[in-house]
Design a protein around this ligand. Structure first.
Ligand SMILES: [Zn+2]
Length: 141
């Protein structure tokens, strides 16, 4: 059973990568239906596209574009790391990502001065094993 879940999750995350790749190809900002349309050539279902898009927003990979007054459909745009420093936890087993902000560490990094280099932003990535994968590993024993 756990083998099934794991291979299924890997397949799901591979599809998500494909959705993200399509989002990168689109003119920014884009609507969910534009993304869905470009994913159709990859045979990705509508539900999968919308689920992936929600996850991307949650993980701050994609942000909702605010056009302000007169906006008819929700528009999205890729949240380039260039616009914002952040920290990520990445599970080596399943690829789950979580964004986190540790004020103490962020203060340390931003106060740091590097010779001949003017820091604009940064991404700190922490690799490990997520709660779900740890639980699956414990169950197997
Ligand atoms: Zn995991």
């Amino acid at each position: 059973m756990s083998v099934y879940i794991r291979s299924h999750e890997l397949r799901v995350s591979a599809v998500r990568e494909m959705v993200l790749a399509q989002a990168c190809l689109l003119k920014q900002p884009f609507t969910a239906s534009q993304l869905e349309e470009s994913c159709r050539t990859e045979h990705i279902s509508t539900g999968t596209v919308y689920n992936a898009l929600n996850l991307f927003v949650e993980a701050e990979i994609v942000k909702i574009y605010d056009r302000g007054y007169g906006q008819t459909a929700t528009e999205y745009e890729l949240n380039t790391t260039a616009s914002r420093s952040h920290m990520q936890l990445i599970c080596r087993k399943c690829g789950r990502r979580a964004t986190f902000y540790d004020k103490a560490i962020m203060r340390l990094i931003t106060e740091r001065k590097y010779a001949n280099f003017n820091m604009q932003n940064y991404t700190l990535v922490v690799y490990g094993e997520c709660k779900i994968c740890r639980r699956l590993a414990v169950k197997k024993k």
